[in-house]
Design a protein around this ligand. Sequence first.
Ligand SMILES: C[S@@+](CC[C@H](N)C(=O)[O-])C[C@H]1O[C@@H](n2cnc3c(N)ncnc32)[C@H](O)[C@@H]1O
Length: 279
Amino acid sequence: MKLSNAFSFLQDLWLGITIAFLPTLKSILRNPMLLLSPSKISQLYMTNVWLVFGDGVDGNAKDAKDTLISPYASGVVLDIGAGHGHTVRYLDRARVSRYIALEPNALMHPHIRAQADDAGFHEADGTLIILSCGAEDTKAILSTLALASPTENNSQPSAAPVDTIVSILTLCTVPDPERTVANMVRDVLKPGGQFLMYEHVLSARSDVAWWQRFWAPLWSVGFDGCRMDRASDVLMRNLKLKDEDGKNVGAWREMRLWRKEGEDEENLFFHSIGRFIRI
Ligand SMILES: C[S@@+](CC[C@H](N)C(=O)[O-])C[C@H]1O[C@@H](n2cnc3c(N)ncnc32)[C@H](O)[C@@H]1O
């Protein structure tokens, strides 16, 4: 691997730090109590980073999203790690009945609201729901959705309520990803529902993977826990669910994984795109 490729991400890291540092510092000076909560500072910093990088990252992924989200997302769509709500730009309003944006960083919620409103999804009529929990908190996801769509006798939360889960550059950040994804697919995604992902992943090339593992701890400090060495594509491909007899069975009835067109194999943020249909 060329050394220039191995070090190229430092430019992004530095840019992120320089861009987000001052506004984050200003907020801390205005509210010094933030110093007691490092996770809030990290969220504030990430919000400032995404204000600058979000549109560019979205533009860079547009072709992939046009082939992944626009033609397939339908019904009730759950966008995990919604960020500033860029996914909603790709939803076909005629085929998507409700957009659920799960984003634990509440500072990003106003941006989600604005983008969703522009795309025709509104909290007032229930076509937009913003969840503040993490993707790992399936109980909170299910109970909020049950409240939003009460059953006739208001007793049991409805069975898995989501038709499409979308994950754009988020599986790199969720804690315990295998368990988180398995729980979401088992409990939140309807049988026959689909999971659409666009993620940067651990390279299959050992030299590139070595550098990804080397830089991952540094990058994750600068970018809210994002791991550049996570093999989300492998995790998704091999995902298992327990069947009625407690046996592990493959989670997918159908799956397709593909690469981003024209992407350099030596890119430390090498992307994988996937569409998975649940059993
Ligand atoms: C790189 S951003 C991607 C945002 C958005 N999907 C996009 O494409 O613009 C990752 C997002 O995941 C969110 N996130 C962090 N921890 C999470 C968790 N446990 N569950 C779900 N999302 C999480 C972050 O707050 C951040 O907004």
